[in-house]
Design a protein around this ligand. Structure first.
Ligand SMILES: Cc1cc2nc3c(=O)[nH]c(=O)nc-3n(C[C@H](O)[C@H](O)[C@H](O)COP(=O)(O)O)c2cc1C
Length: 205
């Protein structure tokens, strides 16, 4: 029988904002439209998860459980050096990928098509197969190299979604800010969330 539900890849690189990744995987975990999530983190990504969230996975395969606080059954953690994983091939039917947060280094690797680790290779596969790839860039200020790499990645099909939370809906907490940003990311992957704030024009002022 044909299985239904989306297959999503989540890459986590070593930029500040591990809470964005945690919030995103929690939303994917509870989203019945998603049947499989591959999680890949770079070494610096794991370091930022440890320093910003206090989550240290002795065995990285347990990371999805630690991030979601659930059994995380639909998740599979893949080592970043495993460039032979299923998601490294365009023949495997991933529906989309997000790199969250996306460091300037990982952006450069994707923009240049290096494919030298699994995050970069899986992203490259999404671009060549014309599948959605959302890059949640987190760096500031931006130098010319960053800007040019964003242009290159965007021209190749990536969606540049800087980790810049909005304030027009009156967020009260950091969790509000992060959740609304992550809702926008998921909407770009075709997974709009119930809790996403929707501006209704002047009535909201
Ligand atoms: C505490 C800490 C915070 C960092 N924050 C950022 C950041 O916000 N943006 C960024 O591009 N790099 C940041 N870096 C640098 C990257 O982690 C570094 O360039 C790394 O090589 C990126 O590797 P990756 O893209 O494979 O994860 C940070 C590093 C550390 C240790």
């Amino acid at each position: 029988m044909h299985e239904t539900g989306k297959i999503v890849t989540v890459g986590v690189s070593g930029a500040s904002g591990a809470i964005y990744a945690q919030t995103l995987v929690r939303m994917l975990d509870r989203d019945a439209r998603v049947r499989k999530v591959f999680l890949v983190a770079s070494e610096p990504g794991l370091r930022l998860i440890a320093s910003e969230l206090g989550i240290v996975a002795q065995d990285p395969r347990t990371l999805p459980k630690l991030l979601t606080g659930t059994h995380a059954e639909k998740f599979e953690y893949l080592p970043n050096k495993d460039i032979g994983a299923a998601i490294a091939s365009g023949s495997y039917p991933v529906d989309g990928m997000v790199v969250i947060p996306c460091s300037a280094g990982t952006l450069a690797s994707i923009a240049c098509g290096l494919g030298d680790d699994l995050v970069a290779r899986a992203a490259d596969v999404c671009l060549k197969e014309r599948r959605p790839l959302v890059l949640c860039i987190r760096e500031t200020p931006l130098n010319r190299v960053h800007l040019e790499n964003m242009l290159r990645a965007q021209a190749a099909g990536a969606i540049i979604m800087p980790a810049m939370p909005a304030f027009y809906y009156g967020p009260k907490t950091i969790d509000d800010l992060v959740a609304q940003y992550v809702c926008r990311v998921l909407a770009l992957l075709g997974l709009p969330q119930q809790e996403q704030y929707r501006w209704r024009g002047e009535k909201d002022r």
